[in-house]
Design a protein around this ligand. Structure first.
Ligand SMILES: Cc1cc2nc3c(=O)[nH]c(=O)nc-3n(C[C@H](O)[C@H](O)[C@H](O)COP(=O)(O)OP(=O)(O)OC[C@H]3O[C@@H](n4cnc5c(N)ncnc54)[C@H](O)[C@@H]3O)c2cc1C
Ligand SMILES: NC(=O)c1ccc[n+]([C@@H]2O[C@H](COP(=O)([O-])OP(=O)(O)OC[C@H]3O[C@@H](n4cnc5c(N)ncnc54)[C@H](OP(=O)(O)O)[C@@H]3O)[C@@H](O)[C@H]2O)c1
Length: 248
């Protein structure tokens, strides 16, 4: 199916670190469900270069927001990083993807696990009030290499203020020591029980749904660990506990 495009305009760009940035775009025609992605396209050397990006904004907000990392030699992410206020950018008119709450059963505890920029779709979901009727507790987990990459602290603090103990936020920093974060990687800490201990919640098949998003190796390795404790992939025709989205 050919993509239909909205002509958007950059409203602002926030540089979190030398490689991480968030772009706000005005393109009111674009429609999506919280947790979905669309394509962004730029004309680079007379060629349209398009890639998928998850919405960070809630569908109720008046701007679109995307959170991106500039990958060394990456054709689009390095160009997006250079955008300035007022620059034109094409955005796919419709959201896509299944990392959305209406695809999953109502559940007591929802675990949202992300590496790097994949925290974005979870923020879109959590900023959307209606989402909170679908579960009792959310355990939001963000794994990054360095603590400076733990972006969106203000948004997460605002959510904590509204939802209090219903929102448990756990971070991993893998490449330096960091006082308030777990060390290492997500899959190992599921295997040895450290993650459940940090959240003070058990991952049992009766009360759990897990969303995994980001690095495909993390998604793969985490799924292996989750299967060992009795959780299985969720499919429309065969309900389970694990919903995934790979970023590459
Ligand atoms: C469904 C979906 C949703 C996505 N949403 C986002 C998003 O919200 N934010 C975002 O930054 N990217 C997202 N991506 C990845 C994005 O589409 C681009 O691949 C990325 O921005 C790099 O683009 P590029 O053209 O510079 O390099 P590409 O040629 O597309 O990628 C080059 C390599 O960079 C690495 N890479 C790609 N994306 C990432 C990433 N996010 N983090 C770490 N390494 C990466 C991979 O090794 C990949 O092979 C998403 C991808 C998919 C499939
Ligand atoms: N230029 C810069 O300064 C800069 C800065 C950051 C990123 N980048 C580039 O951006 C790209 C992505 O970097 P990123 O850090 O956002 O994403 P990433 O490589 O996916 O790393 C994010 C987190 O996921 C973890 N992870 C990786 N593989 C895993 C697995 N199999 N299971 C569980 N966890 C796993 C990483 O742990 P580990 O640390 O153990 O791998 C890290 O904590 C890279 O191409 C990088 O070169 C550049």
């Amino acid at each position: 199916m050919t993509e239909k495009w909205a002509q958007g305009e950059v409203l602002s760009i926030k540089h979190w670190t030398e490689s991480l940035y968030s772009i706000r775009i005005l393109a009111p025609e674009v429609k999506f469900t919280a947790g979905q992605y669309t394509k962004i396209s730029l004309n680079i050397n007379n060629e349209e270069v398009a890639r998928p990006y998850s919405f960070v904004n809630s569908p109720n907000e008046e701007f679109l927001e995307f959170y991106s990392v500039s990958v060394p030699n990456g054709p689009l992410s390095t160009e997006l990083q250079r955008l300035k206020i007022g620059d034109p950018v094409s955005v796919g008119l419709k959201g896509n993807g299944f990392l959305v709450l209406n695809e999953i059963p109502k559940v007591e505890n929802i675990w949202m696990l992300a590496t790097g920029t994949a925290i974005g779709p979870y923020l879109s979901i959590l900023k959307t009030k209606e989402s909170w009727g679908k579960f009792e507790n959310v355990i939001l987990i963000h794994a990054v290499r360095y603590s400076k990459e733990l972006a969106y602290q203000k948004t997460i603090n605002e959510l904590k203020e509204i939802y209090g103990e219903r929102l448990i936020y756990i971070t991993y920093v893998s490449r330096e020591n960091s006082e308030n974060s777990l060390e290492g990687r997500i899959p190992k800490s599921i295997g040895n029980g450290i993650l459940e201990k940090a959240a003070n919640i058990k991952m049992s098949p009766e009360n759990t749904h897990i969303m995994l998003c980001g690095n495909p190796e993390m998604v793969k390795d985490t799924t292996i660990e989750l299967k060992k404790i009795g959780l299985k992939k969720h499919r429309r025709n065969s309900p389970g506990h694990i919903t995934t989205e790979n970023y590459w």
